[in-house]
Design a binder for this molecule. Structure first.
Ligand SMILES: [Zn+2]
Length: 275
């Protein structure tokens, strides 16, 4: 069995603040070690359940957070950016399952620790065929397009609930309970790792009960930006329509192209200066 793991940082055990996920800050060194701890627990879990190959995509910020020598040696590590498929770089139909470690909920989630959708500064909301999706949904749909089921997620309670709305039987490891966007009740990291290992293993052993999460094609993308200026610029994308002050709409034949559309819209809106 070949397993894909996408790992973000905001949903890692005990992380509650941007400073802890920002390499410019001293705190970051400690928290990238907690990140590798949560990851290795998931890798041990899937190995225990019979995985033979594990590919890990380091998917936070500049996407080179994991100290390579500390990652379980069973895994091949994808690191660095830019890369076309972002948090899902390397996913293809050769994988049997996709797992998500250290994920966070979509922007605007109550008690969602460090919640945002791809870029907190730019994106207010992304709707795929009318359903608002966070990073889990957007990424799980890409795995699903390749026929790969999404079977496990770790992070705070909010992201596990968000994932269950799309994939009801996904196995979840809740490592913290949000009190606010920047506060949480946290499991001890050692306990969090045991839980991640257990649930990841359980998920892969139950692989038969999972189906790939797919969105219907053609795909309607609606994106609401943080400001109307950002929407002014994003609306210049060929065939994009302006829906209202902050929202654009685009329709794509297939999901990977829609995913690229979302990426492109963020890339063009990102440098916009408000004045
Ligand atoms: Zn992140």
């Amino acid at each position: 069995m070949k397993v894909y793991i996408s790992i973000d940082m905001e949903g890692i055990s005990s992380i509650v603040d941007w400073s802890q996920v920002d390499p410019r800050n001293k705190e970051y060194e400690r928290f990238r070690r907690l990140m590798v701890g949560d990851l290795n627990a998931a890798i041990e879990g899937v190995l225990e359940a019979g995985a033979e190959e594990v590919v890990v995509a380091d998917s936070h910020g500049r996407m080179s957070n994991l100290p390579p020598e500390e990652v379980h040696e069973a895994a091949v590590l994808i690191r660095g950016s830019p890369r076309p498929w972002l948090m899902m770089e390397g996913i293809d139909d050769g994988f049997d399952a996709a797992l998500y470690v250290g994920y966070h909920s979509m922007k605007g989630t109550e008690r969602g620790v460090l919640c945002h959708t791809i870029s907190g500064r730019v994106v207010d909301a992304v709707y795929i065929n009318g359903v608002e999706m966070g990073e889990f949904g957007l990424n799980a749909a890409l795995a699903g397009w390749h026929g790969v089921p999404s079977i496990f997620i770790s992070g705070d309670q909010a992201v596990v609930e968000e994932a269950r709305r799309l994939v009801p039987n996904i196995r979840g490891a809740v490592v913290k309970w949000g009190v606010s966007r920047y506060a949480a009740r946290c499991l001890h990291p050692a306990k969090a790792r045991r839980l991640i290992r257990e649930k990841a293993s359980e998920a892969l052993k139950a692989l038969d009960e999972f189906k790939p999460f797919k969105v219907e094609e053609p795909v309607e993308v609606r994106m609401r930006f943080a400001t109307s200026t950002m929407a002014d610029v994003a609306a210049l994308i060929p065939y994009a329509e302006r829906v209202d002050g902050k929202t654009i709409r685009m329709v794509f034949d297939d999901y990977p192209t829609a995913f690229r559309g979302v990426r492109t819209a963020i890339a063009v809106a990102y440098p916009v200066e408000e004045r």
